[in-house]
Write a protein that binds this ligand. Structure first.
Ligand SMILES: Nc1ncnc2c1ncn2[C@@H]1O[C@H](COP(=O)(O)OP(=O)(O)OP(=O)(O)O)[C@@H](O)[C@H]1O
Length: 246
């Protein structure tokens, strides 16, 4: 049987000109777990995701994804191994349709002729349809992505990651700027997609965190401040002092 741990971060450190943005951090993420990383501005949350996806190189420590050491791998290799990352601002193609955006992201959807020529095989079409339903955009497949609402654009980008079927999906503030209804639908979406993958989320919206997190990791000055179920973390005096009380 495979290990229940999908991602093991151990003693991870990165220093920028002597300033440790992440400092001796260890964190273990299980398969099918939704973990939310919270903490005050500058705590090192985004840097942690940058380190996992290979955008930033660690100064020390390790990041094991299954049996792979990610700290030595290039960004594209990490994506290829099954780690998807969504940044705060959506990077969708506004002048293409929703369907085209999804097709473009399908691993074998591009031809050597270039990214605008799709091999629209029945398998790709089926997958696009499935993903579109999951991200609530099945009625907008032929719409220009630029015409979608802010929340729909965020869902589309999640869909563009899901179509690559990552085992680990990382999201940086996915509900920022969303309406209440969009937040609820995003929570439902994340619960559903974690049925067969792990999700690591950075979020400041505590109602949303309560809604989705199996466990919460609190960072402060690059270090682990607290970890556990939201109801316990919420009562932690240090967490209230540096973050939740503000
Ligand atoms: N490439 C870099 N060079 C120098 N300093 C950096 C770099 N990246 C991040 N930092 C610093 O590291 C610290 C942690 O930043 P990070 O963006 O990870 O925090 P955060 O917890 O995501 O904050 P926020 O909630 O505001 O997004 C900050 O003080 C930031 O200025």
């Amino acid at each position: 049987m495979s290990s229940p741990i999908l991602l093991a971060v151990e003693d991870l450190t990165v220093s920028f000109d002597g300033f440790k943005a992440v400092d001796g951090l260890s964190l273990y993420l299980e398969r099918n777990e939704v973990r939310v990383v919270i903490g005050p501005n500058g705590a090192g949350k985004t840097t942690l995701l940058d380190l996992i996806c290979g955008k930033t190189r660690a100064t020390g420590g390790s990041i094991k994804f299954k049996d792979l050491e990610l700290t030595k791998m290039a960004e594209h290799q990490i994506v290829h191994k099954g780690v998807g990352r969504k940044f705060q601002t959506p990077s969708i193609y506004e002048n293409l349709t929703v369907a085209q955006n999804l097709e473009l992201s399908y691993p074998e959807g591009r031809t050597v002729m270039g990214s605008l020529f799709f091999r629209r095989t029945p398998a790709i079409q089926k997958r696009v349809q499935e993903i579109a339903e999951e991200i609530y955009l099945d009625e907008d497949l032929d719409k220009s992505a630029g015409l979608l609402s802010h929340g729909q654009k965020q869902w589309l980008e999640i869909g563009m990651l899901l179509i690559q079927d990552p085992e680990l999906l990382m999201l940086d503030e996915p509900v920022a700027g969303m309406s209440v209804v969009e937040r609820e639908r995003t929570a439902a979406l994340l619960r559903k997609i974690s049925n067969n993958r792990s999700v690591l989320v950075i979020e400041h919206d505590m109602d949303f965190v309560k809604d989705i997190a199996h466990k919460v990791t609190v960072l402060h000055q690059g270090k682990l401040l607290a970890e556990g179920k939201m109801e316990d973390v919420q009562k932690n005096e240090r967490v209230i002092e540096v973050y939740l009380g503000h």
